[in-house]
Design a protein around this ligand. Structure first.
Ligand SMILES: [Zn+2]
Ligand SMILES: [Zn+2]
Length: 342
C-alpha cells in the first residue's frame, strides 16, 4: 500500500472526492489531468499517485518500453458505461440498478479527444484496466461499481462460491446440463482421500482444463495405483492446487483427464474422447489453468506462487486500486486457448 503524504503539485490539485462522485455523461470521458510520460522511474517516485500510475502501467504483463514514449492523460469515465458492458446480456437482467459514479482511466493524450468511445474503453481494459476507489460515500439506495482489493497470495473462496451460486440460480437456461438423465461414465479424484474412484451417481464435480506441457507425454509418469486407486505421490503443482481449490469450495470431486482416463489403455482413451463435451457440460464448474502452459507453474494465489500484485494506493482518503486488465482478454491470448478442446 502506498500512502498519502507526498503528493506532487499536479496530483495534489486533483479533486478525487468530486471526480469519483460525478455522473460522467460523455462517452469519451471527461478530462482530469495531463500526466505526460509514465516511465519505470515512476515506480519509485515520491508522489504516491504518480507511483501508483506507474504501477498500473508497468505491472501488466506485456507492457514494454515503447510505452515510455507515450504522453498520457487521466480521464474520468462513467462506471456504468466503462465497465458495465462486461456485464453481458445474459447477466444484465439479474443485476440490480446501479448508481452511476466515475472511474479513472489512463489514455494516450493524443487520442483522448478523438478516439471512438468503444475503442477507448476496450483499449484501457485490454492494457491495464481502470482505477477505482474501494469505497465511496453512499448517496442512494443503489449499489455502485467499486474496486475490489485483491491479495496476491490468497483466493477469496467465498466470492467464488457466490459466483457459482449466481450461475446456478440465474443461468437456468444458458448453463444447464444438456442431458441430465445420465451422469457421464467417468472416474473422479476424491480430493479428500487422493484416490481415483468411479463417479457416484449425480455427484457434483469440478472439471480441470489445462495445458499438459511438452515434457510430459510419457504415460508411465501419471499412472494411478491399480489396486488402491491412489494418485502418484508427486503431482504437478497445477493438479495439487486444483485439489486445494475443490476442498476450499467445500466440494469433493475433481476430474482431470491425466488421472481419470487410463492413459495406457487405448480403449479407455478413445471412449473418453467421445464424451469429453458431456464431462465438461456436467461439471459443476471448470477450473481453467490459463496462467501458464507449464503444469508445474500451478494456480497463482492457491499454492506457493502468488498472483501479480494489484496496484494499490492511499490518496487523499481514498484507497485506489487498479481493476487490472480484462481477464477474458488475457485468457484469449494464453497458450491454453490453443488447445483442441476446452
Ligand atoms: Zn504525482
Ligand atoms: Zn452460468
Amino acid at each position: 500500500m502506498l500512502d498519502d503524504d507526498d503528493l506532487c503539485r499536479r496530483c495534489n490539485a486533483i479533486d478525487f472526492d468530486t471526480i469519483f462522485l460525478q455522473d460522467v455523461t460523455e462517452k469519451i470521458g471527461s478530462f482530469v489531468a495531463d500526466v505526460g510520460r509514465i516511465t519505470r522511474e515512476g515506480l519509485t517516485a515520491t508522489c504516491p499517485f504518480c507511483r501508483f500510475m506507474a504501477h498500473v502501467v508497468f505491472s501488466c504483463p506485456g507492457t514494454d518500453a515503447s510505452q515510455e514514449d507515450v504522453e498520457f492523460s487521466l480521464r474520468a469515465f462513467s462506471s456504468a458505461k466503462s465497465i458495465g458492458h462486461i456485464i453481458n446480456r445474459r447477466n444484465s437482467q439479474f443485476m440490480p440498478k446501479i448508481e452511476n459514479t466515475a472511474v479513472l482511466g489512463l489514455v494516450k493524450a493524443e487520442k483522448s479527444n478523438s478516439q471512438k468511445p468503444q475503442l477507448l474503453s476496450h483499449e484501457i481494459l485490454k492494457q491495464w484496466g481502470y482505477i477505482c476507489p474501494t469505497a465511496l460515500p453512499s448517496r442512494s439506495v443503489h449499489p455502485r461499481v467499486l474496486g475490489r482489493g485483491i491479495k496476491s497470495d490468497a483466493i477469496d473462496y467465498e466470492l467464488i462460491k457466490s459466483w457459482v451460486q449466481f450461475c446456478t440460480n440465474c443461468h437456468v437456461k444458458t448453463c444447464r446440463i444438456l442431458d441430465d438423465s445420465c451422469t457421464p461414465p467417468c472416474r473422479l479424484i476424491d480430493c479428500s482421500t487422493r484416490k481415483v474412484v468411479e463417479a457416484p451417481k449425480n455427484c457434483q464435480y469440478v472439471a480441470m482444463s489445462y495445458v499438459w506441457g511438452i515434457k510430459e507425454k510419457d504415460a508411465r509418469n501419471y499412472l494411478v495405483c491399480t489396486e488402491t486407486g491412489l494418485l502418484p505421490k508427486h503431482l504437478p503443482a497445477v493438479i495439487e492446487d486444483a485439489m486445494t481449490v475443490v476442498r476450499s469450495l467445500d466440494l469433493q470431486y475433481l476430474w482431470v483427464d491425466r488421472y481419470c482416463i487410463v492413459q495406457n489403455d487405448d480403449t479407455d482413451v478413445l471412449k473418453h474422447m467421445g464424451i469429453m463435451d458431456l464431462i465438461y457440460n456436467h461439471a459443476h464448474m471448470t477450473i481453467i489453468a490459463a496462467a501458464s502452459s507449464d503444469p508445474s507453474f500451478g494456480l497463482p494465489g492457491v499454492g506457493n506462487r502468488p498472483r501479480i500484485p494489484q496496484p494499490c494506493a492511499s490518496v487523499k482518503g481514498h484507497v485506489l486500486v487498479s481493476t487490472l486488465p480484462d481477464p477474458q482478454d488475457m485468457v484469449k491470448r494464453s497458450k491454453w486457448m490453443e488447445r483442441a478442446w476446452v
